[in-house]
Design a protein around this ligand. Structure first.
Ligand code: GDP
Ligand code: IMO
Ligand code: MG
Length: 420
């Protein structure tokens, strides 16, 4: 079976840390969507590592790691990441596998991302500018270059054709980007890509599953950034919910097992777009400070607010989440009270459902308050240490969401995790 782990909010829920821990129990960790817009942070022997493309199981020495067909790969970013990780784990390349079918991000995709965002002005998405949107547009527009293409004799001509197309598109924008200066690194990275284990990943996975191997699919971004179900148009360009696993890895729905959903004990968002429970005051600032909420990919300050149970229940429903994980519980040490949104007032009408469009709508959260923890969670090392008021907060969330907590995370380290 393939278990799934996804973010339930707007990304940065702590997926990297949790996958790094959970990978101890799996044989294969597979990324199924997104690309270098992701920044998954883990601490290895106290050293901080941020992974963008390599799955977060790489630091468990027995684990194979697959970059699936649904991922868009920037070969330059991947090469840099491999260099960083190889310095820590010399033979890591032997355990890294890349799908033939994954699409490539080209220098001109990054230029188009930047030009398109600049043209949007105040309405910009707040993209990470990694070329994600343009690369997925070429995939669905049937123009894209795939990893397998780098092994073909006509790769150079194919690259020249798509580059010429992009150059024409770039002429329509005022915003000019010096993408030509990125091309040398790109072509070197393509040569490096040819040295990796490029596989027919759907057969590779099927074979592993038939031998009883345990697979965990690692999501990127979060459910509210899903291109279909997120806060459109302020979303990313892939399906971040569990459904993305089937198309992003070539896995049949009948092979999907447990679905783990991660939420922070509060909520953050980076980039533009609606965020009903955002705190644009000292409380939001205090959360940002306590949680060190700055983007792992772009360094941008993350917008902070209280947990949003309306959005969480929607995300749990969409993916059939049966196991919950809450991270950053230690960050709320000392906060009192702790609030949670249990409904929205949309243009004056109370609802527990996500509206179709959150942009340009007056949305006021309906709050429920909980007392702050009566002792710090950061010092807890087992379930029985957890403060009673925290347990009550968890029970309320479990009941509201209809799923149980599997783990509670109370620090950045791999072992700062309590099994529930
Ligand atoms: P991801 O994109 O979901 O992998 O999350 P990021 O790595 O972008 O952001 C999560 C941040 O929170 C990272 O800096 C983690 O080191 C940190 N983190 C994860 N879990 C915890 C936790 O339980 N407590 C604290 N204080 N930090 C955490
Ligand atoms: P991880 O995997 C948080 C956000 C961007 C922007 C929007 C579109 O680390 O949780 P894109 O670059 O995809 O065109 O940006 O999505 N975004 C993320 N926010 N965590 C991420 O990944 C994100 N990946 C994209 O900030 O608002
Ligand atoms: Mg992140």
């Amino acid at each position: 079976m393939v278990d799934v782990l996804i973010g339930l909010q707007w990304g940065d829920e702590g997926k990297g840390k949790i996958v790094d821990f959970m990978a101890a129990k799996y044989d294969i960790i597979a990324r199924f969507q997104g690309g270098p817009n992701a920044g998954h942070t883990l601490y290895v022997d106290g050293k901080k590592v941020v992974l963008h493309t390599i799955p977060s199981g790489i630091f468990q020495a027995h684990c194979d790691n697959l970059i699936g067909n649904g991922v868009v790969i920037d070969p330059v970013v991947l090469q840099k990441e491999i260099t960083t990780v190889t310095a820590m784990l010399p033979n890591m390349k032997d355990r890294l596998f890349v799908s033939h079918r994954a699409h490539l991000i080209l220098p001109t995709h990054r230029a188009l991302d930047a030009a398109s965002e600049a043209a949007k002005g105040k309405e910009k998405i707040g993209s990470t500018l990694k070329g994600i949107g343009p690369a997925y547009m070429d995939k669905t527009g049937r123009n894209g270059l795939r990893v397998g293409d780098v092994l073909r004799g006509d790769f150079d001509e194919r690259y020249a054709t798509i580059k010429a197309k992009h150059q024409q598109m770039l002429q329509q924008y005022d915003h000019q980007v010096d993408w030509q200066s990125w091309e040398e690194d790109f072509l070197n990275a393509i040569a490096h890509l040819r040295t990796l284990n490029i596989v027919n990943a759907e057969y590779w996975l099927d074979n592993a599953l038939s031998k009883g191997k345990r697979v965990l699919a690692e999501g990127a971004q979060g459910s509210m950034l899903d291109v279909d179900f997120g806060t459109y148009p302020f979303v990313t360009s892939s399906n971040t919910i569990a459904a993305g696993v089937c198309s992003g890895l070539g896995i049949a729905p009948s092979k999907v097992g447990d679905v783990y959903g991660i939420t922070k004990a509060y909520c953050t968002r980076v980039g533009g777009g609606p965020f009903p429970t955002e705190l644009e005051d000292e409380m939001g600032e205090a959360l940002r400070k306590a949680g060190a909420e700055f983007g792992a990919t772009t360094g941008r300050p993350r917008r902070c607010g209280w947990i949003d149970l309306v959005a969480l229940r929607y995300a749990v429903m969409l993916s059939g989440v049966n196991k919950l994980i809450m991270t950053k519980t230690d960050v709320l040490d000392g906060f009192n009270p702790i609030n949670a949104a249990t409904a929205y007032q949309v243009d004056g009408v109370t609802t527990e459902q996500m509206p179709y469009d959150l942009c340009g709508t007056d949305i006021q959260p309906v709050w429920q308050s909980f007392p702050g923890w009566d002792k710090p969670i950061s010092t807890c090392t087992q379930k029985s240490d957890l403060p009673a008021v925290f347990n009550e907060y968890c029970r309320f969330i479990e009941q509201y969401l209809g799923a149980k907590f599997a783990y509670i995370s109370n620090g950045t380290g791999r072992e700062q995790l309590l099994e529930m």
